[in-house]
Design a protein around this ligand. Structure first.
Ligand SMILES: NC(=O)c1ccc[n+]([C@@H]2O[C@H](COP(=O)([O-])OP(=O)(O)OC[C@H]3O[C@@H](n4cnc5c(N)ncnc54)[C@H](O)[C@@H]3O)[C@@H](O)[C@H]2O)c1
Length: 385
């Protein structure tokens, strides 16, 4: 009997890809009962270890030409190594087109902190995807790489593979791109990963808590620092526009009444090299409780950024494969709402979770019953009409 696999291609073999691949290997050696850190061990018959990397594209001279199992540990990757033994995959990292993947300011930093562009000629990405039989392409381009993200999205369409868009160039949530995937008969999940226990899900949960408990939220900020290439890249303000939209809308949509723009500040805030892949989020919420009396909440979250994202992408990839098997064309709204910050339709996280559980079982979750209770669903329903 053939073992079921999810054949995965990866664009951008940075820290997030490193954690994902380490996790695929790690969970091969864990039994269902004892494994920690997963939302689902089994998704439609696929365990994390059933995800098989069949192609990888990068532009860095220290990654291109190497086997994926080695390239994920090459600098400037700096995420924690929780699985150092990775089997030799026999999958060579191919050079993708650079396009706008590398920000100009990155050249001002030491080699071990920044990208070094390989001098090799770019490969034919569509041909590579077809030749290796890829089924899902996951996009890990740096923030602000509008052209590169769209290039890989188009390559997915041309090669006939599903797309999981982990970064904030709007593709799944852009009606024109969503229609392109629909026309091609391919599923897409996106946009911009919402980590397992990251700043966004914590902020959304607290915003909802304020609402549910009748507390007026007046002002909030979420400041984030980190020392990986993602944070280095995000020092460039002109690459950040969609990241700010993605992060801010994710919190605003959890509120009954969105805050005035001046009263909500959310974004990547600084690059602190020694933090490496550790991200720190400083969150503050100011509001008023019973009797108009003030309340302030301060929270500091410290978490390794890339395993935190992989905890969600490992599910997004497998659900995308289910979408392919079931011939679902266009955005997969359930898994996008659950694992992405800027999905085509926002749902409260507990509703999105139930929708995903039902999707995995092949059932539809009727959200209409929730409409009267949840402002997000009401808005979503209005938008759909
Ligand atoms: N928790 C998280 O880490 C998290 C959460 C949400 C979103 N994201 C987003 O996911 C994306 C990836 O994050 P990361 O931490 O892995 O970033 P990273 O900087 O570690 O990796 C990016 C990789 O892309 C490569 N690259 C650059 N241009 C390319 C091109 N044109 N073609 C192929 N490869 C190219 C780089 O060489 C590098 O290996 C970022 O946009 C980030 O904002 C991450």
């Amino acid at each position: 009997m053939m073992l079921k696999k999810v054949k995965l291609a990866i664009a951008g073999l940075g820290n997030c890809a490193s954690s994902l691949i380490q996790g695929i290997e790690y969970y091969k050696n864990q039994d269902v009962e004892n494994c920690i850190g997963l939302m689902h061990y089994d998704i439609g018959g696929y365990s994390p270890g059933d995800v098989e990397v069949v192609a990888a594209f990068d532009i860095d001279a220290r990654k291109v030409g190497r086997d994926v199992s080695e390239a994920i540990f090459a600098p400037p990757n700096c995420t924690t190594v929780f699985q150092s033994e990775i089997h030799y995959m026999g999958v060579e990292v191919k050079k993708g087109p650079v396009l706008d993947g590398v920000a100009a300011h990155m050249s001002n930093y030491d080699d071990n902190k920044t990208f070094l562009v390989s001098k090799e000629e770019p490969c034919n990405v569509v041909k590579e995807l077809k030749d290796c039989g890829a089924e899902v392409l996951i996009n890990y381009m740096p923030v602000g790489s509008e052209d590169a993200a769209k290039f890989y999205a188009q390559a997915a369409i041309d090669a006939g593979v599903g797309y999981v868009n982990c970064m904030p160039v709007f593709i799944a949530s852009d009606p024109e791109w969503a229609a392109k995937f629909e026309d091609a008969g391919l599923p897409i999940v996106g946009d911009d990963v919402k980590s397992q226990i990251g700043a966004t899900i914590v902020h959304r949960t607290l915003a909802k808590l304020f609402n549910d408990r009748g507390v007026e939220l007046d002002r909030t900020y979420q400041l984030n620092t980190g020392g990986n290439t993602d944070f280095l890249n995000m020092l460039s303000q002109n690459r950040l526009k969609t990241k700010r939209i993605s992060k801010t809308e994710a919190v605003q949509s959890a509120l009954e009444r969105p805050l005035e723009a001046d009263n909500i500040h959310i974004g990547p805030s600084d690059y602190v090299p020694w933090q490496k892949d550790n991200k720190i989020c400083f969150l503050r919420m100011e509001g008023r409780i019973f009797g108009d009396v003030p309340i302030n909440l301060e929270l500091r979250l410290s978490v390794e950024d890339s395993p935190n994202s992989a905890g969600c992408t490992i599910d997004a990839i497998r659900v995308c494969k289910l979408g392919l098997e079931r011939k679902i064309a266009g955005p997969l709204t359930e898994i996008s709402a659950y694992t992405m910050k800027h999905p085509p339709i926002q749902y409260p996280d507990y509703v999105a979770k139930q929708m995903v559980e039902n999707f995995i079982k092949g059932e539809i979750y009727d959200v209409t019953a929730e409409i009267s209770l949840e402002p997000e669903i009401a808005t979503a329903a209005e938008n759909k009409e």
